[in-house]
Write a protein that binds this ligand. Structure first.
Ligand SMILES: C=C(O[C@@H]1C=C(C(=O)O)C=C[C@H]1O)C(=O)O
Length: 273
């Protein structure tokens, strides 16, 4: 017999383990996107507010390209959703997860709202720290990740930057799911701290240092393995790494994990609203 909507919703179980598995899988995307970005030099004019003067737009060339690419992707996402609807395949969380990560400039959906399984607490929808991610990416990560220089390849560089930013943003905002499962596993521990609005205590409660240590070591190893030059015949480059693996581990230590936890705390503070 076919399941009713509410039956399938109540069967949707997310666990800390499944959420952590997703974070591990997302590491691959992040590491690969960083390796791709490192093919190009810094190309600073791209981020320079005074470099491009685009009629009707105030911002850098990168901001301009990003806002336009995301609008284009939004159209692609809508087309995909429409196809899914026509094939009656909507209803799992996949489509929701594929929605863009930098939604500030995206036009509203053209489709009527679909009855998705509700995993997150609705007030969390407003949590968005993309401007912080953007700033740290351009001003802190790029200077250490890529070589100084300008090869004029601005469009490819911007596309690559956008891939990195979307992957990082998705991972960091995934903190909402992490927080939700942690809350569901121990509401008795979280509720008093949420009511007291005690951000520091919440941060302490949701932090697992041994997990963070493993994350750092794993992403460093992935950067080393994924970034290795592979040659069929010995030519002196095999084994050479396209990016410094320690930069990836530092990136995670200094801001990917701290920002994920900021999202977790922000989410929990709204969890009883
Ligand atoms: C994501 C989690 O919450 C925290 C954040 C982590 C991260 O960003 O990777 C790792 C461990 C925790 O301190 C988790 O517990 O898995």
């Amino acid at each position: 017999m076919a399941k009713t909507e509410s039956e399938s919703v109540s069967e949707m179980v997310i666990t800390l383990e499944s959420v952590r598995e997703s974070l591990i899988r997302q590491e691959d995307t992040i590491v690969f996107s960083l390796i791709e970005r490192a093919k190009y030099p810094r190309n600073s004019p791209l981020y320079d507010l005074s470099y491009a003067s685009i009629p009707g737009f105030s911002g850098s060339l990168f901001q301009y390209i990003v806002s336009h690419s995301e609008n284009l992707q939004a159209v692609n996402v809508l087309t995909k959703m429409l196809n899914d609807l026509l094939c009656n395949r909507l209803g799992d969380m996949k489509t929701q997860k594929n929605i863009l990560s930098f939604p500030d400039n995206i036009p509203g959906s053209l489709l009527p709202p679909h009855n998705y399984p509700q995993v997150l607490h609705p007030p969390s929808a407003s949590i968005n720290i993309n401007s912080t991610i953007w700033d740290k990416y351009v001003n802190q990560l790029l200077p250490v990740l890529v070589a100084e220089g300008d090869d004029g390849n601005y469009a490819s560089t911007a596309t690559s930057d956008l891939d990195c930013l979307q992957a990082l943003s998705r991972r960091i905002h995934y903190g909402k799911y992490v927080a939700e499962v942690k809350f569901r596993e121990a509401p008795q521990d979280y509720e008093p701290l949420i009511r007291a609005k005690d951000s520091d205590a919440l941060m302490k409660l949701l932090t697992f240092e041994h997990v963070e240590e493993m994350v750092k070591r794993r992403v460093e190893k992935k950067a080393m393995i994924f970034g290795q030059e592979v040659a069929l015949f010995s030519n002196g480059t095999e084994g050479k790494c396209k990016i410094d693996p320690s930069i990836v581990s530092k990136l995670y230590e200094d801001w990917v994990m701290p920002l994920t936890k900021v999202v977790e705390v922000e989410y929990l503070l709204r969890r009883l609203d």
